[in-house]
Design a protein around this ligand. Structure first.
Ligand code: KIV
Length: 274
């Protein structure tokens, strides 16, 4: 039985929520088995699955393709799917139609969209259509061109006040949860205390109602830059590299496949073939 938005709202202040990204069936199965509370099919799939430099090229079709695979694996886990760049920025109508397509075609439980008060009308329209929404404020990667890069947000009074106003506006519009990305810990604490929505932090410190990480980052799957807020729970890159190198060596040395990996045939049968 999947949890509901009501359940997550009831947990606020009682139990911390765990969320991880996933983009494929097997990862979703493992996250589901681990009992993680929520899966996010993030548009970060552009970076970590498709090799793009940023998330701007990700399409609704990309999100649906990966979202379907994740939803097939997430038997018990609540799945949120990101609305990609330009799938909601144009109008509330676009937002509802694209959110509706994502839910109808993937069977996910909620959608997530970046932006604050300026997108409150989109959030309200989607929630009124019966689709739960997770908002996303702070560092919003789809706006990195206007933000001037990937930077911590809210370190001065003006931006910190804007984030407080944004959190209030998106919750009033109906978002049941708010992702806080790269926000100073004390500001994230204040937002969490003031908001009726569940805050889910990434680079926002320990006082949020929940945490989210990109699974490749926390598994040490990628070999590149690791953001300050990531804790590596494994070194999957090294494990995979060594396995691939050993496989190559054994292919070359003909020690793989061994008898255990090989099918036999009766000699009598073989003799008749010569
Ligand atoms: O796309 C994503 O993975 C996200 C997380 C960083 C929150 O939005």
């Amino acid at each position: 039985m999947k949890n509901t938005t009501h359940y997550f709202l009831q947990q606020k202040g009682k139990r911390r929520i765990s969320m991880l990204t996933a983009y494929d069936y097997h990862t979703a199965c493992t996250i589901d088995e681990a009992g993680i509370d929520m899966i996010l099919v993030g548009d970060s799939l552009g970076n970590v699955m498709l090799g793009y430099e940023n998330t701007l090229a990700v399409t609704v079709d990309d999100m649906i393709h990966h979202g379907k695979a994740v939803c097939r694996g997430a038997k018990n886990t609540f799945v949120v799917i990101d609305m990609p760049f330009m799938s909601y920025q144009g109008s509330a109508y676009d937002a509802v139609m694209n959110a509706g397509r994502i839910v109808k075609e993937t069977n996910c439980q909620a959608v997530k969209m970046e932006g604050g008060a300026e997108y409150a009308d989109r959030i309200k329209a989607i929630v009124e259509a019966g689709i739960p929404v997770v908002a996303h404020i702070g560092l919003t990667p789809q706006s990195f061109n206007t933000l001037g890069g990937y930077k911590v947000q809210g370190k001065n009074v003006a931006v910190a006040q804007k984030l407080l106003n944004d959190a209030k506006a998106v919750a009033e519009a109906g978002a049941f949860a708010i992702t806080l990305e790269c926000v100073p810990e004390k500001l994230a604490k204040l937002i969490t205390e003031q908001s009726q929505a569940v805050t889910i932090g990434i680079g926002a410190g320990k006082y949020c109602d929940g945490q989210v990480l990109v699974y490749q980052d926390m598994l040490g799957y990628t070999n590149g830059f690791t953001p300050k807020f990531v804790k590596k729970y494994a070194d999957l890159h090294q494990i995979m590299l060594e396995a691939f190198q050993n496989y190559k060596k054994e292919c070359e040395e003909q020690t793989f496949p061994a008898a255990a990996h090989t099918f036999s045939i009766d000699d009598e049968v073989m003799e008749k073939l010569y």
